[in-house]
Design a protein around this ligand. Structure first.
Ligand SMILES: [Fe+2]
Ligand SMILES: [Fe+2]
Length: 168
């Protein structure tokens, strides 16, 4: 049986992943309104990926006999003026989520919950990949700057991404 503390922080993370999904969905619509359909598609795939993370946390909690508490999801605020700002916020948000995952691992270690620790390592590795891929996009966007041909090409490139749920 999972401890109350471990169960509580996993519940919190279910909500955090849902918020991430909602935030990226908002970014996706922002890009759609700017006629950047490639970026919009990339963000929608990002939103689907966060929904998948949240379900993975939820299923784990059920498997461990914890009780799932679904809390309200905060409203994401759309306040960007350039595509670069949106991508930079994505990078900052992912860095914040990495911190949250690390906090969860700390709790698993405190509680001597080795099973939860192993489960959370998947998320630790996932965050390394996410931070790296969005960091890459930030760098490319900075290179492009105000070059509209560059933006056009980047939009095409971003549009290639499709979400496929990872194995396991
Ligand atoms: Fe996530
Ligand atoms: Fe993420």
């Amino acid at each position: 049986m999972i401890s109350k503390k471990m169960s509580g922080v996993i519940n919190g993370q279910i909500n955090a992943e849902l918020y991430s999904s909602y935030l990226y969905l908002g970014m996706s619509t922002w890009f759609s309104e700017k006629s950047l359909s490639g970026f919009a598609g990339w963000m929608r795939a990002q939103a689907q990926e966060e929904m998948f993370h949240s379900m993975k946390m939820l299923d784990y909690l059920l498997e461990r006999g914890g009780s799932v508490e679904l809390e309200a999801i905060a409203k994401p605020v759309r306040h960007w003026s350039t595509p670069l700002e949106v991508i930079e916020e994505t990078a900052a948000h992912e860095a914040k989520v990495t911190g949250l995952i690390n906090d969860l691992v700390d709790v698993a270690l405190e509680e001597r919950d080795h099973a939860a620790n192993i489960f959370l390592q998947w998320f630790v590795a996932e965050q390394v990949e996410e931070e790296s891929s969005v960091g890459d996009v930030v760098e490319k966007m900075k290179m492009i700057g105000n070059d509209s041909a560059g933006m056009f090409a980047m939009d095409m490139e971003m549009g290639k991404r499709v979400f496929t749920p990872p194995e396991g």
